[in-house]
Design a protein around this ligand. Structure first.
Ligand code: HEM
Length: 184
């Protein structure tokens, strides 16, 4: 496959690093809310979750900038127009969620009645957003609904990629995979 048919190295690195971070955030989020309230383990897990979540926010801004400045390879002509439209809508939904989820999480901690400080990776204090306390319930609900929307969108995204790779046997998924062999 020629280079113009593939995503570039920056897009691929951001894609796979963020995929790993987001899967970790979804798993840690659902686990940590079930831990003993006030325990050291819960505190530590929240701090790690918040640190990685804010990193995802920063990487999303970087990724959006890169995406707008670098045209991605186009989808194959063999794909019907409606399928291409669904694929594009799915990608933009993921960008939206990658921005909205960290912002909603940040709003949760900023409006929390416990007023717990966030120190990213134990090094960098994160200020609270200037939001009224009574938004806490809405922020928590937005973060929870966003998490399930993200799970649903990711299942569609991964399912579509696997369909292209295993059933249609086209190059759509390979364009986002690093090339390990010179001749591949
Ligand atoms: C892509 C980014 C993120 C994802 C996918 C994510 C995912 C999740 C999930 C699945 C949960 C459990 C469900 C829930 O109660 O909402 C959760 C909870 C939570 N997250 Fe996130 N999160 C992200 C970013 C952040 C950020 C940036 C912060 C804070 C700076 C944060 C703070 C929290 C807090 C405080 C909770 C507990 C909410 C509660 O007690 O009800 N999250 N997150």
């Amino acid at each position: 496959m020629s280079a113009r048919l593939r995503y570039d190295g920056v897009a691929m690195t951001l894609h796979w690093a963020m995929a790993a971070a987001i899967l970790g955030l979804l798993a840690s989020g659902f686990v940590m809310i079930g831990l003993k309230p006030g325990s050291a383990q819960q505190f530590q897990m929240y701090q790690t979750h918040k640190s990685v979540g804010i990193t995802v926010l920063a990487l999303t801004l970087l990724r959006l900038g890169w995406r707008l400045a670098h045209r991605p390879p186009s989808l194959p002509d063999t794909m019907p127009a409606w399928e291409q439209a669904v694929a594009h809508a799915g990608h933009w939904a993921l960008y939206g969620l990658m921005l909205a989820m960290p912002l909603a999480g940040w709003a949760v901690v900023s409006t929390s009645p416990y007023n717990i400080a966030t120190v990213l990776y134990g090094l960098l204090p994160l200020p609270h957003l200037p939001l009224p306390r009574d938004l806490n319930g809405a922020a928590k609900l937005a973060h929870l609904i966003g998490a399930w929307l993200m799970v649903a969108t990711l299942l569609g995204h991964v399912g579509a990629a696997l369909r292209h790779h295993l059933l249609l046997k086209d190059e759509v998924m390979a364009r986002m995979l690093p090339r390990f062999r010179r001749d591949s």
